[in-house]
Design a protein around this ligand. Structure first.
Ligand code: THU
Length: 139
């Protein structure tokens, strides 16, 4: 486990309990460390209009940005799933917006399984601001 992953794991485990999941009944908790060292947490929040629901990772990112930080240096996600749950496609793009490719991501199950990966492994070949280099600002 990466050195600071234990703290993120306990934060993600704790916030997972607050997930609002009347439709899927699938609670997810996420915790991430901002560059300052502060830990931010998020859980999934569903909605009767299903597409309006938000993922745990998105909640943690929103908490970080609301606190004035825009760089994350470690991530942990936990759910009660047979295999460690991989972030959805949208959340991979959201994580890549604020974290470098080498940022460690720990995916965990409540039963104790762990998978250690990185943002770059989760989203290889990601679209980034560098791909817009030829776009004129005036257009
Ligand atoms: N979910 C997350 O919060 N994060 C993930 O990485 C995967 C999926 C949530 C969204 C929805 O509330 C529930 O899990 C089932 O898809």
């Amino acid at each position: 486990m990466p050195p600071d992953a234990a703290q993120l794991l306990s934060a993600a485990t704790e916030v997972r309990e607050n997930a609002y999941v009347p439709y899927s009944h699938f609670k997810v908790g996420a915790a991430l460390r901002g560059a300052s060292g502060t830990v931010y947490r998020g859980c999934n929040v569903e909605n009767v209009a299903y597409p309006e629901g938000t993922c745990a990772e998105a909640g943690a990112i929103a908490a970080m940005v609301a606190a004035g930080e825009t760089e994350l240096v470690a991530v942990c996600v936990i759910a009660d799933s047979p295999d460690p749950v991989p972030p959805c496609g949208g959340c991979r793009q959201k994580l890549a917006e604020f974290g470098r490719a080498e940022v460690p991501v720990t995916l965990a199950t409540t039963a104790g399984r762990r998978l250690h990966t990185t943002i770059g492994e989760l989203l290889p070949g990601s679209f980034s601001v560098a791909h817009m280099a030829h776009a004129a600002r005036s257009e």
